[in-house]
Ligand binder design. Structure first.
Ligand SMILES: *Cc1c(COP(=O)(O)O)cnc(C)c1O
Length: 861
């Protein structure tokens, strides 16, 4: 059964995973599966049944010893019954040992070695009954005593207590260790977490996080293939899912990042448990016992580390000690005098900030016993050399990720979020892995979701790196609105035939345009619908949307001409003209055509009174704030060139009146890719306020900006929620007609860009697929860091087992469609590649840069 030289896989199961019969069935199944799939031998490391270690800890405190022992015996008897095991046959000796410990002479003095032995009983009981159960189910399991294999080491400075009850173990073993361990006859073994052998031959325990750490020690000593920590959560997340439901599962981390995340907040893995595996280079995985199909978190020595913030965490109960020096700064030994006093009170310092006259440090309650007493005594001692202020309770918010220093420029949103609060201390770790902000606990409430979203928006948290970022929590929990099924896989043959006629080529699927148009037409609060044609002005798209009842919104005379060329019979009343900084003759031409013109400044009225006199106009107002998926598409606020400043509305109204101009609509379009319901509500209230003041307004136009789910797990825009929100605001301001003018939402998903692969090249470990078109055909990735799904249409059925940077032929380093895109490793020159969701701002922004021809365009009816 046991083959020579087989490697080990170590599986660790915690308290909740060993307290139910069905969980033991899972353990048996997983162990057998690993043995088969990995062709490995399996070591299972278990904790005590849940709650048992707490009882044993109470016994160690001398609290109700006999009654607690009998209750523990009963608990294990009952569980044996559930497992259909003979309790006395299996655990008789263990029960006797437990009862003997209750009567042990050392119990009176609560001797440390006695406590260690008491604490060890939980794991000895659970592993013994587990081995018996697994064998009864036909698994080839043996049992071994962890104390025969793990030796406690004593560290200098360690107290008697920690040398017995919170030990570290030997990480190196002699050459024969693996051989000796592997000589045990059964293919699979079960042993205890948490316990080890003291150098005096008696028992020692590992303390907090002990079982994970035991598994890691075994993994390291056995040079295991892998150590798997099975828990009741899917793995490590980019934030605590309880605070941030959009937190991403972190599917791959290197040891240092995982260590930092474990240390600064995540409770999934004890930080101590990483060291032994890291030391031995053994990969770790965190997996969910209830959902073993999830990818979990893999931790190893990542070869090509992906820079970026991987997680954000919050620790509460932080105590800040601020020390104002009285003229002693930079005098020799000042810091040493301060820290000597912390040491005196057994306090370890977490973060440090210094200035010319002040030293501020933080104390983490999970590492310290920071009672009021201790703090008072510390203050008194420190007062001898400086002025002391204790600030509490504080929260420490930490961003963790490789190369945090090189990301500072992307953190402006983060700084802005903190800027509104009071930050006491900022600390950047010298290993370039973390950046921590300490602020009052109350100020930190509600911040994590905002910060998490900021980090994603700014690109500081590269969630599109599929190697690192997995699904979000809400998706795992089945709470995500599913992305609509794309149309193009079903049209693959047709698309390949079209590509055969030449690439690059845009193809637009009109049924999808119609479907989106009807979704919007179903929103009853909206009275007028216009399509912003700058998103895609293909004649067939314009015709389709006009057929669906949409008016058209243009931003240039060229767009107006296109509209009336394609649709000569379209009533001009269904057309809007909303240009920015256009020359006067465009306004004159538009007014002559009879379309509705929107103006956004007073100066135009003053300079060209003849152009506007006697006409009706709409007024575009800058409400003073913007929003959107990228800074470059934010079209409101001081820095934006769009819209009349709200403070000058009265001036505009006066100038209009003087020219006999009636203002019949007010308009605001604050940005593209806006996602919050509150944003629309506020905007509509503000517009209604202006409309009432102006007096002649009939229409409130709230612009476009509806997002689409570009990313694989971006959520589709919640139209129902939006519709509800609009119905609410309509009810508050029933006197006005509500107009919308979306572009992207109607056409983005309907379009794909087809290109051909030109070259496949490797350079310094990066594999690139070159296409016959680039940023000249689709500039969004280069301009906005936009993300588009990319597929090898030719090889849609093959596994996407390669990772490529997909690039174009343009002589610009930003000519990249996507980094580390998953494509079949067989991708070769000549393959047809599809770039999805390219129907909006694709062809309309294309150029002939580098004198590369514009893409062709086709439609599918
Ligand atoms: C671009 C634009 C729109 C459409 O924006 P989308 O984000 O594509 O919905 C609407 N109104 C005006 C004035 C625009 O300039």
């Amino acid at each position: 059964m046991v083959a020579e030289g087989q490697r080990w896989v170590v599986l660790k199961f915690g308290g909740t995973s060993v307290s139910r019969r069905n969980r033991w069935d899972t353990i048996g199944r997983l162990a057998a599966k690993r043995m088969a799939e990995d062709e490995a031998r399996v070591l299972v490391v278990v904790s005590a049944l849940s709650g048992v270690t707490n009882e044993l800890t109470a016994i160690c405190a001398g609290d109700g010893i006999p009654a607690r022992i009998e209750a523990l015996v009963e608990r294990h008897r009952a569980f044996c019954a559930e497992l259909e095991l003979d309790a006395d046959g299996v655990l008789g000796e263990r029960f006797a040992a437990l009862r003997a410990l209750g009567k042990d002479v050392r119990a009176g003095a609560l001797a440390l070695d006695w406590q260690a032995e008491v604490l060890a009983q939980g794991e000895l009981l659970s592993s013994t009954l587990g081995a018996a159960y697994l064998r009864s189910q036909g698994h080839d399991f043996g049992w071994c005593d962890a104390r025969d294999w793990l030796d406690a080491v004593s560290l200098p400075n360690a107290s008697e207590w920690s040398q017995r009850l919170s030990v570290n173990c030997q990480r190196e073993a002699d050459a024969a260790f693996v051989e000796r361990f592997s000589a045990q006859p059964t293919a699979m073994l079960i042993t205890q977490g948490f316990i080890a052998r003291h150098r005096d031959g008696r028992t020692a325990v590992l303390g907090r996080g002990g079982s994970d750490t035991s598994a890691a020690y075994f993994g390291g000593l056995l040079k295991a293939k892998r150590v798997e920590i099975w828990t009741d959560v899917p793995g490590m997340f980019s934030a605590n899912p309880r605070d941030v439901p959009d937190a991403r599962l972190l599917t791959r981390l290197d040891y240092a990042e995982a260590q930092e995340i474990a240390t600064t907040g995540a409770k999934v893995l004890h930080p101590r448990s990483l060291g032994p595996c890291r030391h031995a280079g053994v990969p770790m995985a965190i997996l969910d016992t209830e959902r073993p199909e999830l990818p979990g978190t893999r931790i190893d020595a990542l070869a090509d580390v992906i820079p970026g913030v991987k997680a954000i965490s919050r620790r509460n109960g932080i105590v800040l000690v601020s020390m104002e020096s009285v003229g002693m700064w930079q005098s020799v030994g000042f810091l040493s005098d301060i820290f000597e006093r912390f040491k005196r009170h057994g306090l370890s310092v977490d973060l440090i900030g210094t200035s010319e006259t002040n030293v501020t440090v933080s104390l983490d309650p999970s590492e310290n016993l920071v009672s009021t007493n201790v703090l008072e005594e510390l203050s008194a001692d420190l007062e001898e050399i400086c002025r002391v202020r204790i600030i509490l309770p504080c929260a420490a918010i930490t961003l963790v990720g490789r190369g945090i220093r090189s990301l500072l420029h992307k953190l402006s949103g983060v700084w802005a979020t903190f800027g509104k609060e009071r930050v006491h201390l900022i600390s950047q770790s010298s290993n370039d892995l973390n950046l921590t902000f300490v602020l009052d606990e109350a100020d930190a409430d509600g911040m994590l979701p905002l910060l998490h979203a900021d980090l994603i928006d700014s690109g500081a948290m590269p969630v599109h790196e599929a190697q690192v970022f997995g699904p979000r929590w809400r998706e795992i929990e089945g709470q995500l609105r599913p992305k609509p099924t794309p149309w193009w896989p079903a049209e693959r043959e047709r698309l390949l035939a079209l590509a055969g006629a030449g690439t690059p080529r845009y193809v637009y699927h009109l049924p999808t345009v119609r479907e989106r148009a009807r979704q919007l037409a179903g929103i009853t609060a909206v009275d007028r619908r216009y399509y912003a044609i700058k998103a895609n002005s293909h004649p067939a798209v314009l015709r389709t949307l006009v057929e669906e009842g949409f008016g058209l919104e243009c931003v240039s005379l060229g767009e107006l001409r296109r509209v009336f060329e394609v649709l000569p019979d379209l009533p001009p009343s269904r057309v809007l003209f909303t240009p920015s900084f256009a020359p006067s003759d465009e306004y004159a031409a538009a007014l002559a055509l009879g379309v509705t013109v929107t103006l956004d400044n007073v100066e135009a009225l003053q300079r060209w009174p003849g152009v506007f006199r006697g006409h009706n106009l709409w007024l575009r107002i800058d409400l003073g704030h913007g929003d959107g998926h990228h800074e470059k598409v934010t079209t409101g606020g001081k820095k934006s060139k769009f819209g009349l400043a709200a403070a000058r509305v009265d001036e505009f109204v006066d100038a209009a009146r003087a020219l006999d101009v009636r203002i019949t609509g007010v308009h605001a379009h604050l940005g593209s890719g806006v996602e919050t319901r509150a944003h629309w509500r506020q905007m509509y209230d503000e517009l209604a306020g202006f409309a009432r003041r102006i007096g002649t307004v009939q229409v409130l136009d709230i612009g476009g900006g509806l997002p689409i789910p570009y990313g694989q797990d971006d959520e589709p825009f919640d139209l129902d929620d939006w519709a509800e929100g609009l119905a609410e605001i309509k009810a508050v301001h029933p006197a006005f007609e509500l107009a919308i003018e979306p572009g992207r939402f109607l056409v983005a998903e309907a379009g794909v860009l087809l290109a051909s692969t030109t070259q496949v090249v490797e350079k310094d470990g990066v594999h690139r697929v070159g296409l016959d078109t680039g940023m000249n055909a689709l500039i969004r990735p280069a301009l906005y860091d936009a993300w588009h799904e990319i597929k090898n249409l030719q090889r849609l059925d093959e596994a996407a087992d390669g990772a490529f940077d997909v690039v174009g032929p343009i002589c610009e380093s930003s000519d990249v469609f996507g980094h580390r895109v998953r494509l079949p490793s067989t991708t070769t020159p000549g393959d047809c590649v599809l770039i999805a969701d390219a129907g909006a701002y694709g062809f309309t922004m294309a150029s002939t840069y580098n004198l590369r021809a514009l893409p062709a365009e086709d439609v599918i009816e």
